[in-house]
Design a protein around this ligand. Structure first.
Ligand code: UTP
Length: 273
């Protein structure tokens, strides 16, 4: 059973500067909700109640978002706007939040290792909130929890990307188990198109077994001088302990302006139906 979801959210979000100079990237709104709220709602749908967030300097807005604001609530009580905080109320009634800070931003792998005290010795989900996922017929994390329950090993969500885009992602290869699952044998972070083992890119959804922490501890800095989660996952893959899952749904890369605009359009059209 997956009880906890880790949200690495300490990155600088440089692609959105100057918007992200003081506003955390995860707080950028797609329509009426900040990115991180979509991620928390997806985790909640997957039956997860404990949200663990790795923040950094200047990210306090994340904590305030998942809390009550008595003054605001008092102001809108009894007005037509009173229901506008309902989605947050639902989250606060059902979930707990814990936080830790990454002091030096040494990469995604390092951010996950920083979250270890919040997770402990149990399997957990990871959501990168700037990948906004819309799953069919259920959320992507809920789909992945089901796979974890069957295979009891780490699960990474993958998507086919055009060959010229593989250099932005961790890329996997392995043996097909069926149409949607692959036993991962190989994994490369940000490969050039001509050496990439496939065009199956890992997106920002993972279920990880807790041995990943020990592996991360002994993982040296890799591509870009950062401690890469992909390098630690490769160690698990070599032991036959990583499954890649071609999720059912859509992903918007909201860490980039084009993905952000596409997500905004998607949710805007949904809201007009
Ligand atoms: P990104 O590669 O998108 O980096 O991180 P970034 O800093 O957020 O954004 P850009 O590239 O500068 O625009 C992927 C995820 O890993 C987290 C980020 O917050 C994001 O959710 N992360 C990355 C950390 O928490 N700590 C790090 O040291 C690096």
């Amino acid at each position: 059973m997956i009880r906890k979801c880790l949200f690495p959210a300490a990155g600088y979000g440089t692609r959105f500067l100057p918007a992200t100079k003081v506003l955390p990237k995860e707080m950028l709104p797609v329509l009426d909700r900040p990115l991180i709220q979509y991620g928390v709602e997806e985790a909640m749908e997957a039956g997860i109640k404990n949200m663990a967030i790795v923040t950094g300097r200047g990210k306090r807005a994340l904590e305030d978002h998942f809390d009550v604001n008595y003054e605001l609530e008092h102001q809108i009580r009894g007005t037509s706007k009173a229901g506008m905080l309902a989605s947050i109320d639902r989250i606060l009634e059902n979930c707990t939040f814990s936080y830790t800070r990454q002091i030096n931003m040494l990469g995604l792998g390092h951010a996950i290792l920083t979250g270890e005290p919040l997770i402990g010795n149990e399997p957990f989900a990871v959501v990168l909130a700037d990948d906004l996922c819309v799953g069919y017929p259920v959320g992507v994390l809920k789909q992945m929890v089901k796979i974890y329950e069957q295979y009891q090993c780490s699960v990474v969500a993958v998507e086919e990307v055009p060959p010229h885009e593989v250099q932005k992602y961790g890329v996997i290869a392995g043996e097909a188990i069926n149409d949607e699952l692959i036993q991962v044998r190989e994994m490369v972070e940000k490969p050039a198109a001509d050496v990439a083992p496939s065009n199956l890119a890992i997106i920002g959804r993972y279920i990880l077994t807790p041995d990943i922490f020990d592996i991360l501890e002994s993982t040296a800095a890799g591509a870009g001088g950062e401690i890469q989660l992909t390098d630690a996952l490769r160690t698990q893959a070599e032991q036959g302990k990583v499954i890649a899952y071609k999720f059912k749904g859509m992903r918007f890369d909201c860490g980039s302006p084009s993905g952000f605009v596409a997500a905004t359009n998607h949710f805007y059209h949904l809201s007009r139906r």
